[in-house]
Design a protein around this ligand. Structure first.
Ligand SMILES: C[S@@+](CC[C@H](N)C(=O)[O-])C[C@H]1O[C@@H](n2cnc3c(N)ncnc32)[C@H](O)[C@@H]1O
Length: 247
């Protein structure tokens, strides 16, 4: 079953507030890494899979792409993106990435923090391969398997000091994890690091870079001690850049 939690109004309102916070994990940690690993998109076609509010698309526009297509399963997200991104090169579409069709494959596909919502990772990677031209780049971030593994509702252990440990359990059980986030029950899908990387390799991709998100100069400067401590203990996200190999 495809989840569309971002069309739940209470969740949407809390999420947009969080995503607009300049000190969010997205802005301080995740976006800078995606920006650093972005290939040259000058005069190229780009797909943003799970584009949400269009925040990354706003950045991509500064790199002179030919076209950008933003797809998201949530009406709310696409509506927000349309209201905030006004550029003839950009097209938005409501839809599930797994069923998206195009006549013209993309030179680059980016995706920020959307893939952990997709249950069938093999289907997803096959689909992305089909949507890319030969030598096209797939750049995505997703929740880190070290973070998604636990089935505990309270994953932090405050033993002798706050945020001393983050629980690691059920690592090899690749299945849905129901978590409480922004006041709602949200399903994310856990898969191991091996599955994440080998599925790419087995479906025609060449891995170019893998980044575990830890504290950076920026996060050390901008965040309070508690937030820095949490990120020191375990990576919240992983970013992978892969190239579609020649057949
Ligand atoms: C955490 S948000 C990230 C949004 C945006 N990429 C960003 O970084 O600001 C995840 C997004 O993925 C979208 N999403 C989840 N499953 C999807 C699917 N199967 N197809 C398309 N979009 C999906 C959600 O609706 C949501 O907007």
């Amino acid at each position: 079953m495809v989840q569309n939690i971002y069309d739940n109004e209470a969740f949407y309102s809390k999420y947009t507030a969080l995503r607009n916070n300049e000190l969010s994990y997205n802005e301080i940690l995740e976006m800078p890494i995606m920006q650093e690993l972005l290939p040259d998109i000058n005069n190229k076609s780009v797909l943003d899979a799970g584009c949400g509010m269009g925040k990354f698309i706003q950045y991509l526009l500064s790199k002179n792409p030919k076209t950008i297509t933003g797809i998201d399963i949530s009406n709310n997200m696409i509506e927000y993106a349309k209201q905030h991104v006004d550029d003839d090169r950009v097209t938005f579409e409501v839809g599930d990435i797994l069923t998206y069709q195009t006549n013209e494959p993309f030179k680059c596909i980016v995706s920020s923090l959307a893939f952990h919502y997709v249950e069938d990772y093999v289907e997803l990677i096959k689909k992305l391969n089909e949507l890319l031209v030969e030598d096209g780049i797939l750049l995505f971030s997703t929740e880190h398997p070290i973070q998604t593994a636990t089935k505990s509702k309270n994953p932090w252990i405050h033993d002798q000091s706050p945020y001393q440990h983050y629980k690691m359990d059920h690592y090899f059980e690749e299945s849905a994890r129901e978590t409480e986030w922004l006041g709602e029950s949200v399903i994310r899908y856990h898969r191991t690091i091996g599955t994440m990387i080998n599925t790419l390799i087995e479906n025609g991709f060449v891995i170019e870079k893998v980044v575990d998100h830890g504290n950076t100069e920026l996060s050390m400067e901008m965040w309070d001690e508690e937030t820095r401590l949490k990120v020191n203990q375990k990576p919240p996200f992983i970013t992978i850049r892969a190239r579609k190999g020649r057949i």
